[in-house]
Design a protein around this ligand. Structure first.
Ligand code: NDP
Length: 265
């Protein structure tokens, strides 16, 4: 694999970096010269696989288990351990996230609502709070928050996910303004449909059998890959984006209008 060194010498934490979009982000950052700390919650096998793939390609990676939405202290301990292991931490990619089955607000399962907020919002808050002292020390620090086009589309029956991503974006924009004076850039990426386990559930809710069926009707003859998001992250962390903060990049191939509408439950 060709090694580019746009991000040579930098150290990145990718939450949920073991599989799906996070694994694509981890691989692209490693290709561009970052040492990568791969966080995962439960799936150690995929974390090991992503780590081995990076190392086989000549990159540097380690894996770190932590449920980032459960409480602040374990996240802080993990972040401090990463900085000690690699000597610093200067990029945080807040990617970990969950979704739940469609349900109306009137019939909301409140425990599931909390689970979504814990993973998608509090996990990001704990991560960025713990990472900030390290990012400030780095001279240039970058925080990239993986949101979703759902944050602005706010589809019916998806309130927990939309609310969690809206709150995540409020956190990211506010944080970007607070940290300008400390040399930190904070930006948002809004993916559309990406080819991952979560992406497969999205197409099934819209009446397609699987992702293969989606391929036949997708824009540009393909589905968006985790690496497409990885390249957007790498750009935002690079010198090419050194004057960008508090901004949002949408990576969705022009929207999801090519998919059938969400089926009613
Ligand atoms: P997947 O379901 O494929 O993977 C989810 C990832 O998040 C896993 O790595 C998982 O770890 C991790 N994770 C979930 N909860 C926690 C937690 N509490 N602590 C630590 N890690 C956690 O999702 P995607 O890769 O598709 O999604 C990644 C991000 O992109 C999410 O924020 C999602 O909302 C967003 N997104 C995805 C889209 C898509 O179409 N796929 C579209 C728009 C946005 P583990 O494997 O250990 O459980």
């Amino acid at each position: 694999m060709a090694q580019h060194t746009t991000l040579a010498g930098r150290v990145a934490l990718v939450t949920g970096g073991n599989r799906g979009i996070g694994a694509g982000i981890s691989r692209v950052l490693a290709q561009q010269g970052c040492a990568v700390a791969i966080n995962y919650r439960a799936d150690q096998a995929s974390a090991e696989k992503t780590r081995v793939g990076i190392e086989t390609a000549g990159g540097q990676a380690r894996i770190y288990a932590c449920d980032i939405g459960a409480a602040y202290a374990p996240v802080r301990d993990m972040v401090d351990r990463i900085a000690a292991d690699f000597g610093k931490l200067d990029i945080l990619v807040s990617n970990a996230g969950v979704n739940i089955p469609a349900m109306s607000t009137a019939e909301m399962d409140l425990d599931q609502m909390r689970q979504v907020m814990d993973a998608n919002f509090y996990g990001a808050l704990y991560s960025v709070k713990a990472a900030t002292p390290h990012l400030r020390r780095a001279g240039r620090g970058d925080a990239v928050f993986i949101s979703s086009i759902s944050a602005i589309k706010l589809p019916a029956l998806r309130m927990p996910y939309g609310a969690s991503k809206g709150a995540l974006e409020a956190l990211a924009i506010t944080y970007s303004k607070e940290e300008v004076r400390h040399g930190i850039r904070a930006n948002i990426i809004r993916p559309g449909l990406i080819e991952t386990e979560m992406g497969e559930k999205v197409v099934q809710r819209r009446g397609l059998k699987n992702l293969e069926e989606a391929y036949r009707i997708a824009p540009y003859g393909r589905l968006c890959q985790p690496e497409d998001i990885g390249r957007a992250v790498a750009f935002l962390c690079s010198d090419a984006a050194s004057y960008m903060t508090g901004t949002t990049l949408t990576v969705d191939g022009g929207g999801l209008d090519w998919l059938p509408p969400v089926a009613k439950t």
